[in-house]
Design a binder for this molecule. Sequence first.
Ligand SMILES: CC(C)(COP(=O)(O)OP(=O)(O)OC[C@H]1O[C@@H](n2cnc3c(N)ncnc32)[C@H](O)[C@@H]1OP(=O)(O)O)[C@@H](O)C(=O)NCCC(=O)NCCS
Length: 163
Amino acid sequence: MRLAQRLRFRPRTPEDDGFMLSIGRRVFARWSRDPARSLGSMLASKGARAEIVERDGSPIGFAIVTFERLPRPFGPWKAPAVARLDAIAVSPREQGAGVGRALTRRAEAIAREEGAVVMTLMTAEGNARGRRLFSRTGYLPVIRMPDSYVNGEAAIEMFKPIA
Ligand SMILES: CC(C)(COP(=O)(O)OP(=O)(O)OC[C@H]1O[C@@H](n2cnc3c(N)ncnc32)[C@H](O)[C@@H]1OP(=O)(O)O)[C@@H](O)C(=O)NCCC(=O)NCCS
């Protein structure tokens, strides 16, 4: 069966926190002093939406999307939002098989449901997998911010129009 048919997406529930923290601690340790705390503050952001991806019934990844809304018409939009892909992670043993790409697409669909016209994100300059995923899915690097992570790496801010 093709990967896409075996993946199921669902909103995160508090019972997912253990799973999210265990992946987060492993995959973000290089860049964050306290991944659990960072994830906690993303989840606490007003209106944040977190999505879990499962394969064959087991959670294998997650994405957290946060929003900032303009409460008035702007250009052609009634009340546009800017979305931020605050975190995306796939269990190390499931990486490299297309799950991250599917999760990115799902995060963009969620952002559109919330009225977002652009998705933004930040990734470490040395994060080859992350940068490849984002550039292959249409994200444009717009700003380089030196010395942004605990390991001294620069951050690359990326945008993608999704209206
Ligand atoms: C970044 C991440 C979410 C990507 O998930 P994934 O399931 O491995 O991604 P995919 O399998 O969908 O691959 C996406 C692209 O990355 C490429 N890729 C996969 N493994 C790679 C590797 N080891 N080195 C370089 N590129 C790789 C794939 O080739 C694919 O590009 P393609 O479409 O041109 O083939 C995942 O690696 C991860 O959780 N990393 C740790 C957390 C992180 O860095 N998050 C992003 C910053 S918030």
